[in-house]
Design a protein around this ligand. Structure first.
Ligand code: PLP
Length: 453
């Protein structure tokens, strides 16, 4: 009988994360102090983040970083996650491609974000912090952080993008259920928030505004650390449990992926899935794997952004990061994939794109939901609107395979389920959604505000 689902035994769950920085032929450029333009040290970063994550962020020498026993123990409550051969999707597409997905939706929070929330809260607790704060878009990161904070006895304060708080009310309820306090951003509770509201009273909020507010809270509250659910190197590092498990599970299936696909917000589920496979491009054992990051057409930093030093947030509080960006004050359209509405790409990813190891594709909103509907109707899982982008890119590849008469092995990451996003599906089914195509002029204009370095 053919096997559909692959799971690992507890002993085979990774004991170390894979740090791709150590193996990259060209290392990512350093983050810079926004005032002096000097490269930042781990010490500088530790004013905002916990010390261990600050060191991991800049570690370009150790390929493997041990997972603390206490974190691995927590991982075993929901890992390994299933690797599934999507036979029904293949059949519906009538494609010769072999399609596998790594299902990161099976934990209590429903997305991959918990893989990094656990270690971040663990390190804060170890280092004597009492509070954590963060921003959240669609709410998945806020939920994961609220849960992990409670687990390690920390207080969590979450700034949620105002527009998504309205679109996805259940996530703020979920965060409060785990004991966190939640504010819509921009809010009147911080200087940054007040400034933004003064300039634009109807500002819908963005990840950029929420990051500004959370960083302000962290830097003005003793014992409070800022945490981030995407973009930064240490977050993608923690997510490599996804790809490391998938590598072993693909071997159980007797296959190796020709194409690795994930949706792309700041790059953590993409990096987590792709980096362990990319190490075999670097070591020459699997040179031809193609890596595809699926971003929304309305927020196309990888395909239409510019590689520049830019701020990670709207107000310009973060270090300057070398990245593909649409400009730090870019206001993405209100698409339902809230977790992909971010103006920049992670530093590692940006370097890898620049060096040609991977590339982005832009997915229109309607195409993403059409793919999500097909996936729900074939595989029985309602995907998160973010994950629909990865599915849409997979569908494109599967159709291409049919035309070309090839049978590639495709692996994609199902970064989360969409059961808390049903209003988005409702809008799609009712025909109320639209695509957002950006003109070159709009993109050019927004890039004018990128700081000169
Ligand atoms: C946050 C989120 C994303 C986007 O973030 P990345 O860091 O790019 O992975 C994608 N899918 C889901 C379900 C998310 O919650």
């Amino acid at each position: 009988m053919r096997q559909k689902k692959f799971l690992l035994e507890e002993k085979d769950i990774p004991t170390a994360w894979y740090n791709i920085q150590a193996d990259m032929p060209t290392k990512p450029l350093p983050p810079l102090d926004p005032k002096t333009h000097k490269p930042l040290t781990a010490d500088d970063l530790s004013h905002i983040f916990n010390a261990e994550c600050s060191r991991q962020e800049l570690n370009q020498t150790d390929s493997w970083i041990p997972i603390p026993d206490e974190v691995r123990e927590q991982y075993t409550y929901y890992r390994s996650t299933p690797l599934v051969r999507a036979y029904a999707l293949e059949k519906a597409l009538d494609t010769p491609a072999h399609i596998y997905f790594k299902n990161e939706s099976t934990n209590p929070l429903g997305s991959h974000k918990i893989n990094s929330a656990l270690p971040q809260c663990y390190y804060c607790k170890q280092e004597g912090d009492t509070n954590v704060t963060t921003e959240t878009g669609a709410g998945q990161w806020g939920c994961a952080l609220s849960y992990a904070a409670k687990l390690y006895g920390l207080e969590a304060a979450v700034y949620q993008v105002k527009i998504t708080m309205k679109q996805k009310p259940y996530r703020s309820i979920l965060m409060r259920t785990f004991g966190a306090t939640v504010e819509g951003s921009p809010s009147m509770s911080t200087r940054a928030g007040k400034d933004i509201i003064t300039r634009d009273p109807n500002h819908p909020g963005s990840l950029g505004t929420a990051i500004s507010e959370a960083i302000e809270l962290a830097t003005t509250t003793p014992g409070c650390k800022y945490t981030l659910g995407s973009v930064l190197n240490h977050v993608a590092l923690h997510q490599t449990v996804i790809g490391l498990e998938a590598e072993k599970q693909m071997a159980m299936a007797g296959e190796y992926p020709d194409k690795v696909i994930a949706c792309f917000g700041g790059g953590s589920n993409f990096g987590g899935t792709a980096f362990p496979f990319m190490r075999h491009v670097f070591d020459g054992s699997h040179k031809n794997t193609e890596f595809i990051a699926a971003e929304p057409q309305s927020c196309p930093k990888l395909t239409r952004g510019k590689f520049e030093y830019d701020f990670g947030d709207e107000a310009g509080y973060t270090p300057l990061l070398p990245m593909f960006t649409l400009g730090h004050d870019f206001k993405p359209a209100n698409i339902h994939a809230g977790g992909l509405r971010y103006h920049g790409a992670g530093m590692i990813i940006s370097q890898l794109v620049k060096d040609g190891y991977m590339h982005g594709v832009d997915i229109p909103q309607l195409e993403s939901f059409a793919a999500g509907m097909l996936f729900a109707q074939t595989e029985g899982i309602v995907p998160a609107p973010e994950s629909c982008h990865a599915i849409a890119a997979t569908v494109r590849e599967a159709k291409k395979a049919k035309i070309e008469g090839k049978a590639p092995v495709i692996l994609f990451c199902l970064s989360g389920h969409g059961l808390i996003d049903m209003p988005s599906y409702d809008s799609y089914i009712n025909g109320d959604l639209q695509n957002y195509q950006l003109s070159d002029e709009e993109i050019e204009k927004n890039l004018e505000d990128v700081p000169q370095v």
